[in-house]
Design a protein around this ligand. Structure first.
Ligand SMILES: CC(C)(COP(=O)(O)OP(=O)(O)OC[C@H]1O[C@@H](n2cnc3c(N)ncnc32)[C@H](O)[C@@H]1OP(=O)(O)O)[C@@H](O)C(=O)NCCC(=O)NCCS
Length: 147
């Protein structure tokens, strides 16, 4: 798939927040079968959220950054609209989350990667750390990257 032309930015308005949560619902609840009570969750309030907008202004990608521990951020809820995958949107969202993390003075990012998405994070410089485990009924592995 050709790279897609998207504008990636931090979520600043209620409308941007709603459209990123709606995308997460489509991807995690409807597509992947995550229980709806886990999506959204109580950590969203404190997180930095990023979204990718297509040329028509629709939200086609999103992700969030949380503070895990002093100096360490945690990326999660990475989701790209199914029809837009493989076009560089997820990579752009992840880069923006890393930019926000650096701006916050963080030195490392950890995340729980769904095992099927491990190669995506691998290409972005993340390395696996530890055994596979199950979260929301999906196999995951912890991955880390120094910023
Ligand atoms: C995982 C996800 C966010 C990736 O987003 P994406 O926009 O499709 O990824 P990109 O197009 O930016 O891919 C960047 C690179 O990773 C590779 N990649 C992406 N997904 C991959 C996968 N599942 N397996 C192998 N490689 C993958 C791409 O080929 C690309 O490689 P390149 O730089 O050599 O061209 C997206 O597939 C998604 O939303 N999946 C469903 C929800 C999900 O599983 N989220 C992850 C939770 S941990």
């Amino acid at each position: 798939m050709l790279p897609m032309n998207v504008r990636v930015k931090r979520v600043e308005t209620a409308a941007e927040r709603d459209s990123s949560l709606a995308l997460r619902r489509r991807v995690f609840v409807q597509e992947q079968g995550v229980p709806p009570e886990l999506e959204p969750d109580e950590l969203d309030e404190a997180a930095d959220h990023v979204l990718a907008l297509d040329e028509a202004g629709a939200c086609v990608g999103t992700g969030r950054l949380l503070l895990q521990s002093p100096g360490v951020g945690r990326v999660g809820r990475m989701a790209v609209e199914a029809r837009c995958r493989g076009a560089g949107v997820g990579a752009r969202v992840l880069q923006e989350l890393e930019r926000v993390a650096r701006a916050r003075g963080l030195r490392e990012i950890v995340l729980h990667a769904q095992v099927h998405a491990q190669a995506f994070y691998d290409k972005a410089g993340y390395a696996p750390a530890g055994e596979e485990f199950e979260e929301a009924g999906i196999a995951h592995v912890t991955m880390r990257k120094r910023l």
